[in-house]
Design a protein around this ligand. Structure first.
Ligand code: SAM
Length: 276
């Protein structure tokens, strides 16, 4: 009989957040696959557990994954842990789950800490519908394209971000979504210096121009306001012209109205320019 792969969430800061079931599972399995064995060893020492650890991370997953699978197929049980939080969410655990599922090895996910969900719940933004976006692409061009595709996303969006990328990420979010979009910057969750700043993107950029980003962040960004239904090109053009008369540049007015109404930006631009 094959063994089971257990996905065991670990604390994202506060060690008290590990559940009794997670401890029992770590204690019961034949071996533990860890993203960083040194980090997991500290947790196991804290829990008073002694277990055989193997390394499974982004840079060795192609070799390590099949070795873990082989042991599972031979009947051993394995707990997968990452440095913090829920395995398989924005970490290589995803590949091991796919490998096991494809080979008929049972996968059992235990509930527990996940930075995205902790941040969403404390964000004070709408939680009814949300889109988890993980890390934005590192390359500027791809990052911009990703954000452009999200410009009219109406669901609350969740992004993971490292402190050294925070300013660049805020600048790109600001360019894509405008300065008035709400953002909850959730930092060092469950840790001593936990902080949640609920700002607009304009305010957040100004704040971090003055203050050094420190620690781990989850950015929870409010979705785009729902589009007004069935606005004609004529009506959209007169809305845009009113904005232009109020002092907004034509291109920006067209962008805003197209976003709110769903009318094509090019058609709207042509209508505004031709009619003016
Ligand atoms: N699988 C983990 C989870 O779902 O919780 C996330 C792993 S991902 C490699 C690490 C990212 O999670 C960090 O860069 C940060 O964006 C976020 N994160 C983890 N711990 C956090 C914390 N205590 N406070 C804020 N963000 C955190």
């Amino acid at each position: 009989m094959t063994g089971t792969l257990y996905l065991v969430p670990t604390p994202i800061g506060n060690l008290g957040d590990i559940s009794r079931r997670c401890v029992e599972t770590l204690n019961a399995v034949d071996f533990i696959a860890a993203e960083d064995t040194r980090v997991s060893l500290k947790l196991l020492n804290h829990l008073g557990l002694k277990k055989s650890l193997v390394s499974y991370h982004e840079h060795n997953k192609k070799e390590s994954g099949p070795r873990i699978l082989e042991r599972l197929l031979a009947g051993q049980s394995c707990a997968l842990v990452t440095d913090a939080g829920c395995p398989a969410i924005s970490d290589p655990g995803e590949d091991l789950v796919r490998l096991c599922a494809g080979s008929g090895v049972p996968v059992c996910a235990l509930p527990g800490p996940c930075a995205a969900i902790v941040a969403l719940s404390v964000s004070a933004l709408s939680t009814g519908r949300f889109a988890f976006e993980g890390f934005l692409p590192a390359q500027k061009k791809e990052r911009k394209a990703r954000l452009e595709a999200l410009r009219t996303e109406e669901r609350t969006m969740i992004f993971y971000e490292a402190p050294h990328h925070l300013r660049a990420a805020l600048a790109d979010l600001l360019a894509a979504f405008g300065p008035d979009r709400t953002v909850s910057l959730c930092r060092e969750l469950t840790k001593l210096h936990e902080e949640v700043l609920r700002l607009t993107l304009g305010e957040a950029s100004a704040y971090y121009a003055e203050n050094e980003p420190r620690g781990e962040y989850v950015l929870v960004v409010g979705g785009c306001a729902p589009r007004q239904a069935a606005v004609s090109l004529e009506q959209a053009a007169s809305l845009a012209r009113a904005l232009v008369e109020g002092g907004i540049r034509t291109k920006e007015a067209v962008r805003q109205v197209a976003e709110q109404t769903g009318v094509s930006k090019n058609a709207l631009y042509a209508a505004v320019v031709d009619g003016s």
